[in-house]
Design a binder for this molecule. Structure first.
Ligand code: ZN
Length: 120
């Protein structure tokens, strides 16, 4: 399959976003922060180039991201941090799952609770 590079470059660092597990766009989509109709209209970024979200991914295979301003975990409500860590980490695991599945409809990839919350 020919890969069109246009539209897959990171808006922050300008480098190619090669894998779905590096994609901030898809991470935000699977955790319900981005509506399906905006998926193809929103600029791509690396997960690590959006540290305010990336800091909530807690996994041995993900090098921790630290934000040391007022948006950093150390400055946020612990309960909010716990919820965001659960959501972002499950979202990141979901991206790894999608990568192993290969071709799958974008409407099927968000976390189950995100799909359940969509208007019927
Ligand atoms: Zn980047």
């Amino acid at each position: 399959m020919a890969k069109c590079d246009e539209g897959y470059l990171c808006q922050v660092c300008g480098q190619d976003v090669a894998e779905i597990t590096d994609s901030d766009l898809y991470l935000r989509y699977v955790i319900g922060h981005l509506d399906p109709e905006l998926l193809h209209a929103t600029p791509e970024r690396h997960i690590r180039c959006n540290p305010v979200l990336a800091q909530f991914i807690v996994d041995d295979n993900f090098t921790p991201v630290v934000v040391d301003d007022e948006f950093g975990k150390a400055y946020l409500d612990p309960e909010y941090v716990r919820q965001q860590e659960s959501l972002a980490t499950r979202g990141w695991h979901r991206l790894a799952e999608i990568k192993s599945l290969g071709e799958v409809s974008v409407l099927e990839i968000p976390l189950p609770e995100v799909i359940a919350a969509w208007p019927k």
